[in-house]
Ligand binder design. Structure first.
Ligand SMILES: Cc1cc2nc3c(=O)[nH]c(=O)nc-3n(C[C@H](O)[C@H](O)[C@H](O)COP(=O)(O)OP(=O)(O)OC[C@H]3O[C@@H](n4cnc5c(N)ncnc54)[C@H](O)[C@@H]3O)c2cc1C
Length: 465
């Protein structure tokens, strides 16, 4: 059983099949060098993965098993390990990202040569690949009809857990002393313990339980970053410490507006997964062909200010500092920060996408790319290009008392609830506070940039004159 983005023993499709069809199941995880060589050695996601693996290993050990943990190229390591253990099959759960598809095809071909089969299963979504298509047999490119079709096809049986009888023979890796520490694997722990989301299966279970008490209020509270209104489960869904079936079961097990709305978000997740599957080119360029040649005139120093949370727009800066400090950003803020990068700073959405990919604990290619292309108006079913978020009114609406801003931009803590959203417009500022010294002046003028963005995107919309 080859674990990848499914770091749990509970309700795991591939593990269930392996355990039920074989007398002996070995378990393995590979720190994939093809991915890791692009990341810093202290990437905080490695902490999350490592401690989740420790827990997974401990659970397997309770049942007489254990986890092989390797580092290198899985295209070499998996066939080698399968050969050395004399396996007749390798089980895994399907991953729909372009690199993963290529990797799995190669591993399958290599295994086949040695008389072994790669058996892959649907696990991280309720519906995959071609399971939900339009009446014409084409993939959906608009969310609402996709969501309706998803709900129509869904039956509670699809959210039932896959049984995983762990007592069915899980031999220990030979000479295994338990999971090697991060540094023995060539990494270092993240410099500060900024990880707010507790990792591992127990972390995921605790969050799910906590959210179960709040799900009824999700719809009303989900847009306010200062309130504990969302589930914070994204990293767990990303690494599979919680299964999508557990999440969907929570949503359908309760009759409330909040639960309905939360289920919709889980369907957005699947909408983007199927888009990436059908249109893998979105990972490289705009879904909409008319925006592929767009040339973005924004300045590099604006990009640096955005990354550091020093744009002079408090809500954008608070959002970026939350990301830098914790690896998380609230969904409303992701939309505001992304819109600001593209429509105010006139920078290529792919630069923002890459920055989020490097920093987010929950980074997921399909969701991140989908979110960025939505905000940049380049994606399918995206925000229309002429609807441009005003960062000040968004801030007034979704952080009315400036609580979130004060948390992440403490230099603005003394500003009153009106001034905190746009200090440069304030009639008076606290004694001793100097704008431009204690906090940056806005690096661009929203009204001016908005017009420029409309012209930039509008020209493309009309096509060449
Ligand atoms: C620019 C941008 C980039 C994003 N990048 C990512 C990313 O890399 N990884 C990621 O998981 N989500 C991403 N999202 C979607 C969303 O912001 C996060 O899933 C959400 O903020 C995570 O918090 P939560 O778990 O409390 O979400 P909740 O509101 O509790 O939602 C529950 C779950 O539904 C899924 N979900 C919610 N909203 C979306 C959405 N719009 N698209 C896809 N799935 C969704 C997530 O798995 C989430 O955990 C992005 C959104 C935008 C606008």
């Amino acid at each position: 059983m080859w674990f990848r983005r499914d770091l749990r023993t509970v309700d795991n499709a591939a593990l269930s099949h392996a355990l039920r069809h074989h007398n002996i199941t070995h378990c393995v995880f590979v720190f994939d060098e093809n991915i890791l060589r692009h990341l810093p050695r202290d990437d905080r996601r490695l902490d999350f993965i490592h401690s989740s693996l420790q827990e997974l290993d401990a659970t397997l050990r309770q049942h007489g098993g254990g986890l092989y943990v390797l580092r290198g190229d899985p295209m070499q390591l998996i066939p080698e390990l399968a050969a050395s253990l004399g396996c007749d099959a390798v089980y895994c759960n399907r991953d729909y990202e372009p690199y993963a598809r290529e990797r799995d095809n190669k591993v399958a071909a290599l295994l086949q040569k040695q008389g072994c089969e790669l058996r892959s299963f649907k696990d991280q979504v309720i519906f995959e690949q071609d399971e939900i298509l339009t009446a014409q047999g084409r993939p959906y490119t608009v969310f609402t009809p996709y969501m309706r079709a998803w709900r129509k096809r869904f039956t509670p049986a699809l959210a039932q857990a896959h049984p995983t009888p762990l007592q069915n023979a899980l031999p220990l890796p030979p000479s295994s002393q338990g999971l090697p520490p991060l540094d023995a694997l060539g990494f270092t722990a993240a410099p500060t313990q900024t990880l707010k989301v507790k990792s591992g299966r127990t972390g995921g279970e605790a969050l799910l339980l906590d959210f179960a008490h709040r799900i009824h209020a999700y719809k009303a509270s989900r847009d306010f970053p200062a309130i504990k209104g969302v589930s914070y489960l994204s990293a767990h869904l990303r690494f599979g410490t919680i299964s999508v079936r557990e999440a969907v079961s929570l949503a359908i097990g309760e009759q409330s507006e909040g639960a309905e709305s939360w289920l919709n978000e889980l369907i957005w997740r699947e909408f983007y997964q199927q888009l990436l599957w059908h249109f893998p080119h979105v990972a490289e360029y705009s879904f909409k062909a008319e925006y592929r040649q767009l040339s973005f005139p924004g300045e590099d120093r604006w990009f640096d200010a955005w990354c550091q949370g020093n744009t002079g727009y408090p809500i954008v800066d608070a959002a970026m500092r939350q990301l830098n400090q914790s690896g998380f950003m609230h969904n409303r803020l992701r939309m505001i920060a992304a819109s600001f990068l593209v429509k105010d700073l006139l920078l290529d959405w792919r630069r923002g996408e890459a920055y989020f990919a490097a920093k987010l604990m929950d980074f997921d290619l399909a969701a991140n790319n989908g979110g960025w292309q939505w905000a940049a108006s380049t994606g399918c079913d995206a925000q229309p290009y002429f609807r441009i978020f005003n960062p000040v009114s968004q801030s007034e609406k979704f952080d009315p008392e400036g609580k979130f801003i004060r948390r992440y931009v403490p230099e603005l803590a003394a500003l009153d609830n009106r001034a905190i959203h746009a200090p440069w417009q304030a009639k008076s500022l606290p004694a001793g506070f100097v704008l431009g010294r204690d906090y940056p002046q806005p690096i661009v003028d929203h009204a001016v940039q908005r017009e420029l963005a409309l012209t930039l995107f509008g020209k493309k919309q009309q096509g060449p004159a």
